[in-house]
Design a protein around this ligand. Structure first.
Ligand SMILES: NC(=O)C1=CN([C@@H]2O[C@H](COP(=O)(O)OP(=O)(O)OC[C@H]3O[C@@H](n4cnc5c(N)ncnc54)[C@H](O)[C@@H]3O)[C@@H](O)[C@H]2O)C=CC1
Ligand SMILES: CC(=O)C(=O)O
Ligand SMILES: [Mg+2]
Length: 468
C-alpha cells in the first residue's frame, strides 16, 4: 500500500563532479518529482540545497539510495511532512492569562495561591473548581502495544500519545497530557497512575499490551474515583459496534443472526467481543494465533477462558480458515495481511469486513473490495474509517462533564448508538457507515448520550446545566 508524500532532502552538490541536472534526472527515474529548490548555502565548488520532492510512495528508499550512490553528492538530511510536523513535539502547555505585573504574580502564585491551596486542603473536591483537574486527562502508556507496532518502548510511544492529546483538545476541548512510563510491571503502573491521579479528571490508558491491560484497568477503575478507560479496548469496541450497526442496515442483516469472526483477541478484540455480545450478537468466533477460542482448551488468560464459554456456539476448533467459512462479518484487530482473498471467497453473501489493524490493515482494501459489500479500515485514507478517535473525545467529554465515577457498559452502548445515528438513514450506504472524525456532531452526540446513560445508571456526580 503506497502513500504519496513530500520529502525534503538537504544535499551538498560538488559542482566539479555532479550537476543539478544529473540529480533531477536520477530522482525522476527513482519516482521522485522535484517541486521546489532552495539554496541554503552557495559556494565556489559546493552548494547546499533543499529539494522538495513529491514521491508516490512514502516508503520509497530508492530515492535516497540513488542520491547516495552519485559521485559528488552528499545527503545531509532527509525529512518529510510527517517528520516535520513532529519537530519538537506536537503539544505545549499554554497559560490562560499572562503575568504582566507584581499584582498578577501575587494572584496566580505566592502569596495569593496559598489561600486557594488551603481551601482545597480543607475540601479536596474544590480541586474540580480551582484547578485544571476537571478538564484534564492523562494519556498513559507503557509503550508495549503501540498501534500494531508492538513493544517499542515509552519514548517511541510519545508521538502517538501526543497525537491523542491533540485530538482530545481539538475535538473535545480536553487538556490531555501524555505520560509514557518506563516500566512494564502492572503493579508499578497501577501505583504510578494512582499517585498522579489527583491532578487528573480521567485516565485514558493507551497501547498497553494484553493481557496485562485488563488487570491494570480493572484495578485502577476499582481503586480510583475518576473514569479510567482503556481506549484500545473500549474506544475501539464502541466504534466497531457503531460501524457494524450501520453496516448491518446496509446489508439488511441483524446482529443476532450474523456469524461474526473477530481476529486478534488482545485489548481491542476482547472488548469488541464483549460489547457485541452485550449488543445481542449470538454467533461470535474469537480467533487468535492459537486458533478459534473453544471450550476444550484451557487458557491461562482469564479473558480467553471467559470468551471460550460465551462465544463459539458450535464449539468449533481450527484456525482462521475454519472460522471464515460462511461468516457474515470479519472484524480484524490483529496485524497486517493476515486475511486473504481466499478467506473472503468463503464468506456468506453481502459480507462485511472491518480490517482495523493500524497502520497496515489485515488485508489491502484494493484486494478486498471486489469480494465484500461493506469494507472499513482504521485508516483515514480510505472510506469508512473505524477508529477509536470517534469515541474517546466524546466519551471523556461526557464523563468529565457529569463527573462520572467510571465508564460503564450502558455509557459505551449509548456512545455506539450515538455515533451510528450521526449517519442519517438516507445517507447510509456501503461507503458511508460511520461519520467522519471531522463531523462536528459526533463529539456532542456522544457526550449527550454518555451523560444521559451515566445519570440513568446512577454514576454521574453532577448534572450539567444543558441536560434536562
Ligand atoms: N482502528 C482502531 O481504532 C484500532 C486499531 N487497533 C489495532 O488493532 C491491533 C491490535 O491492537 P491491540 O488489541 O491494542 O493489541 P494487542 O497486542 O493487545 O492484541 C493483538 C492481538 O492480536 C493477535 N494477533 C496478532 N497477529 C495475529 C495473527 N496473525 N492471527 C491471529 N491473531 C493475531 C495477538 O496474539 C494479540 O492477542 C493493532 O494493529 C492496532 O493498531 C487497536 C485499537 C484501535
Ligand atoms: C487507533 C489506536 O488506538 C491504535 O491503533 O492503537
Ligand atoms: Mg491505541
Amino acid at each position: 500500500m503506497s502513500i504519496a508524500t513530500t520529502m525534503i532532502i538537504r544535499l551538498e552538490i560538488r559542482k566539479s563532479e555532479a550537476s543539478f541536472g544529473d540529480v533531477a534526472s536520477k530522482l525522476a527515474s527513482a519516482g521522485g518529482d522535484i517541486v521546489a529548490i532552495d539554496v541554503i548555502r552557495g559556494g565556489k565548488d559546493v552548494t547546499t540545497r533543499d529539494l522538495t520532492v513529491n514521491v508516490q510512495d512514502a516508503a520509497n528508499e530508492e530515492i535516497i539510495r540513488v542520491l547516495k550512490d552519485m559521485p559528488g553528492i552528499k545527503v545531509i538530511n532527509v525529512s518529510d511532512r510527517t517528520f516535520l510536523a513532529h519537530l519538537g513535539g506536537k503539544i505545549e502547555v499554554t497559560p490562560k492569562m499572562p503575568i504582566k505585573n507584581r499584582e498578577d504574580l501575587s494572584l496566580v502564585y505566592t502569596p495569593g495561591v496559598a489561600r486557594v491551596c488551603t481551601a482545597i486542603a480543607e475540601d479536596p473536591s474544590k480541586a474540580y473548581s480551582l484547578t485544571m483537574k476537571r478538564n484534564t486527562v492523562a494519556v498513559v502508556s507503557d509503550g508495549t502495544a503501540v498501534l500494531g507496532l508492538g513493544d517499542i518502548g515509552p519514548e517511541a510511544a510519545m508521538p502517538v500519545m501526543e497525537g491523542k492529546a491533540m485530538l482530545f483538545k481539538q475535538l473535545a476541548d480536553i487538556d490531555a497530557f501524555p505520560l509514557c512510563l518506563d516500566t512494564k510491571d502492572p503493579e508499578e503502573i497501577i501505583q504510578i497512575v494512582k499517585a498522579v491521579a489527583p491532578g487528573f479528571g480521567g485516565i485514558n490508558l493507551e497501547d498497553i499490551s494484553s493481557p496485562r491491560c485488563f488487570e491494570i484497568e480493572r484495578r485502577l477503575s476499582a481503586e480510583l474515583d475518576i473514569p479510567v478507560f482503556h481506549d484500545d479496548q473500549h474506544g475501539t469496541a464502541v466504534v466497531a459496534l457503531a460501524g457494524l450497526l450501520n453496516a448491518l442496515q446496509v446489508v439488511d442483516k441483524t446482529i443476532e443472526d450474523s456469524r461474526i469472526v473477530v481476529v486478534g483477541i488482545g485489548a481491542a478484540g476482547v472488548s469488541i467481543c464483549r460489547l457485541l455480545l452485550a449488543a445481542g450478537a449470538k454467533q461470535i468466533y474469537a480467533v487468535d494465533r492459537a486458533g478459534i477460542l473453544h471450550r476444550d482448551e484451557a487458557y491461562s488468560n482469564p479473558e480467553w477462558s471467559w470468551l471460550a464459554e460465551a462465544t463459539n456456539p458450535e464449539n468449533l476448533s481450527g484456525g482462521l480458515d475454519a472460522a471464515m467459512r460462511g461468516a457474515d462479518i470479519f472484524i480484524g484487530v490483529s496485524g497486517p495481511g493476515i486475511l486473504k482473498v481466499e478467506h473472503l471467497k468463503t464468506m456468506a453473501p453481502d459480507s462485511i469486513v472491518f480490517a482495523m489493524a493500524n497502520p497496515t490493515p489485515e488485508i489491502e482494501p484494493e484486494l478486498a473490495e471486489p469480494y465484500v459489500k461493506v469494507l472499513a479500515t482504521g485508516r483515514s485514507d480510505y472510506p469508512n474509517q473505524i477508529n477509536n478517535v470517534l469515541c474517546f473525545p466524546g466519551i471523556f467529554r461526557g464523563a468529565l462533564d457529569c463527573r462520572a465515577k467510571t465508564v460503564n457498559l450502558e455509557m459505551k452502548l449509548a456512545a455506539a448508538q450515538a455515533i451510528a445515528a450521526v449517519v442519517h438513514p438516507d445517507e447510509r450506504n456501503e461507503q458511508y457507515i460511520i461519520p467522519s472524525i471531522f463531523n462536528e456532531k459526533v463529539v456532542e452526540q456522544v457526550r449527550l448520550a454518555v451523560i444521559r446513560a451515566a445519570i440513568a445508571t446512577g454514576i454521574a456526580r453532577r448534572v450539567p446545566p444543558d441536560i434536562s
